[in-house]
Design a protein around this ligand. Sequence first.
Ligand SMILES: Cc1cc2nc3c(=O)[nH]c(=O)nc-3n(C[C@H](O)[C@H](O)[C@H](O)COP(=O)(O)OP(=O)(O)OC[C@H]3O[C@@H](n4cnc5c(N)ncnc54)[C@H](O)[C@@H]3O)c2cc1C
Length: 324
Amino acid sequence: MSILVYIENREGKFHKGAFELVSYAARIAKDTNTTVVALSIGEITKEEMSRAGTYGASKVITVNVPRLTALDNAAYTSVIEQAVSLEAATVVVLASGFTGKAIAPRLSARLKAGLVPAAVTVPVSYNPFVIRKKTFNGKALAEIQVNTAIKIITLNPNSFGLHEMPVSSEIVEFQPAFSERDFGTKVLSTDKQVGKVLLTEADIVVSGGRGMKGPENWGPIEELAGLLGAATSCSRPVADEGWRSHTEHVGQTGKVIAPILYFALGISGAIQHVAGVSSSKVIVAVNKDPEAPIFSVADYGIVGDVQKVLPELIDAVKAFKANA
Ligand SMILES: Cc1cc2nc3c(=O)[nH]c(=O)nc-3n(C[C@H](O)[C@H](O)[C@H](O)COP(=O)(O)OP(=O)(O)OC[C@H]3O[C@@H](n4cnc5c(N)ncnc54)[C@H](O)[C@@H]3O)c2cc1C
């Protein structure tokens, strides 16, 4: 029996989100008196893999197969399914990002395992197995009870945090078996997020909406983000218009984020947008319309023209940094 956690790497490096998942799995393992096995797919050094031990993974299984170089959800599901069986895992933890959204339901169907998507807590009870998740676009919390032998959880980013629990970590290479049905799709191109700060892991996010009027006005957003060490994001129409890449689109159909500070600049605050950002600790909104729905979820609101307010915000941050 074990807790299996699938952790993604970017260019051979684990990031904060991967270690948050291991921390989360380690807490469940501690509560249920079992161990954590982390699964990594792709080329990654042993040194990097052993970092998972800092957060409580006593075993790291690595799968490095050329056919898996490009993310293929069906093939990755097959690998995780085989690792679950290899480790007799009873709980499987994944991130609730795009990969988790695509893999977890497939895994659930294959393993006949109950799934809690986008959980925000560790189980509130283990017998019965009950976890809280956000529902109604983040406006309410639901308690989900899972009765199957194997349970699958996808965790919202920044919901549990990083908790060190150092253990020595055994690293094991695994060669999964594949059938042709595992490779039913062909990845023709990939659109990777560029930029220094990973959006789903950023503590601060500066986001622009259609009120920014056009892609030529994104310079100040990037400047503010650079000053604050923040990631940039946008509303869906901004990505649909091609002003920004879809890798930055947040909301119901985009990424779900939970930064400490979220700037909504020229964003109306439609329910589908708020669904992706409502777990932010503090929301600051700038909108020229005092009736804009974003103000009902914002902690701080500035009614004004974003083209005027944004340069003032940048100057204020610069002045603060100069005096700090
Ligand atoms: C099924 C479905 C899924 C969806 N998923 C998503 C999603 O994942 N993410 C998402 O974002 N949307 C999503 N949407 C779209 C959503 O309903 C809204 O249309 C969208 O969020 C609006 O984007 P916006 O706020 O940038 O633009 P708008 O609604 O056009 O709002 C622009 C805002 O900018 C303000 N503004 C204008 N000029 C200025 C200025 N000079 N200074 C200050 N403020 C100004 C306006 O007052 C307005 O509030 C989805 C819709 C559907 C139907």
